[in-house]
Design a binder for this molecule. Structure first.
Ligand SMILES: [Zn+2]
Length: 348
């Protein structure tokens, strides 16, 4: 059975009420111990009590209360560790003796500074923030956030559906249909996204100036002084499967060059934008052997990969589920898939 077929069937089975009852009956400690996986890497994008129009049309954002509940639950079962401790263990090929976690955030959003860091400092939780170098200081906006802002404007002004449908070459005038068409646009459609925005008189520069969704250079410097680590999330967040091998290398190399120049970092941590789907063995070999990246991160949950230096994280946003359910489901999945030998990413 191909891995795609297996995953489809598995997700149907795991979604059943019967299986939820089964994994609910185990404690988190039992699941961790049975899995043999003491390193847990939750990842987020942001935390906000306020509606974030550039994000909320793509995925739901966890609020401060839910984030604090997540941390309390995680801290009950796992010890917080720095990214350097993770790297040392990985390089030594050792497992952590006690269940341990390192927290990471992707996309370099401003709530990291205003909301997240103060909570993490209070609780003594180290964290790594992965930033896109083109977006620091609100110089540009991620194309998916542009799409979210377009959908936000359509939500309140349905008269714009018709002219927008013309630009999209879609004869669809229903809000849900148009939203779906917009959400399916990718990195190669940035010009079209900008054209759509012009048509409905939506100015992204105004939004960047007024709302300042991203971290500034000064804020990143303060975060580093406070002991947080900064990593690269590429230059401008392409899906690596959509771009050439040379462009992939440029996105990594150039973003690290800027981070080293701006923030004098003496380490290289990288998290792949969107996902590492389709990333080849050749790129991983180049990443560690030539680019000298210390660790890289994917988003496939508890899973092993081609290199021990590439480690997978568990998404905590995208749903508003309670941390206990997210942790239990991850560990239960891992244990079941271990029995079927399905916990390895296949790379070409
Ligand atoms: Zn991202």
């Amino acid at each position: 059975m191909s891995n795609t077929n297996f995953n489809e069937i598995y997700s149907k089975v795991i979604g059943s009420k019967y299986l939820k009852k089964t994994y609910d009956s185990f404690s988190i400690s039992t699941l961790i111990s049975k899995s043999g996986q003491n390193l847990f890497l939750p990842f987020y994008h942001t935390v906000s009590n306020k509606r974030l129009p550039h994000i909320e049309n793509i995925y739901p954002v966890r609020n401060e209360k839910l984030f604090i509940e997540d941390l309390d639950l995680i801290l009950k079962y796992f010890e917080p560790v720095s990214i350097y401790e993770v790297e040392n263990k990985v390089q030594a090929g050792e497992n952590f003796k006690k269940p341990s976690f390192h927290l990471t955030f992707d996309d370099g959003l401003s709530e990291i500074y205003s909301v997240v860091a103060p909570i993490l400092e209070k609780k003594g939780v180290p964290s790594t923030f992965f930033v896109n170098t083109d977006f620091i200081d609100n110089k540009a906006l991620f194309y998916r956030y542009k799409v979210s802002l377009i959908i936000e404007k359509l939500r309140t002004n349905r008269a714009l559906l018709e002219p927008l449908s013309e630009v999209l070459y879609e004869k669809k005038y229903d809000f849900e249909d148009v939203s779906r068409a917009l959400l399916s646009l990718n990195y190669t459609s940035i010009n079209l996204i900008d054209k759509v925005a012009d048509t409905i008189e939506l100015c992204f520069d105004d939004y960047l100036t007024k709302e300042m969704p991203y971290l500034s250079t000064d804020q990143i410097k303060v975060l580093i002084r406070k002991g947080f680590t900064i990593g690269s999330h590429s230059i401008d967040h392409p899906f690596f499967n959509d771009i050439s091998f040379n462009e992939q290398k440029k996105q990594i190399n150039e973003s690290f060059r800027i981070l080293i120049e701006q923030f004098a970092i003496n380490y290289k941590f990288f998290s792949f934008p969107f996902s590492d789907e389709g990333v080849t063995i050749d790129l991983f070999d180049w990443l560690y052997d030539v680019e000298k990246c210390n660790l890289s991160f994917g988003t496939s949950g508890l899973k092993q990969d081609y290199s021990v230096q590439h480690i997978h994280r568990v998404a905590f946003d995208g749903t508003l589920n309670k941390a206990e359910d997210i942790v239990k489901l991850q560990y239960f999945n891992y244990i079941v898939k271990s029995m079927l030998n399905k916990n390895y990413m296949i790379r070409l």
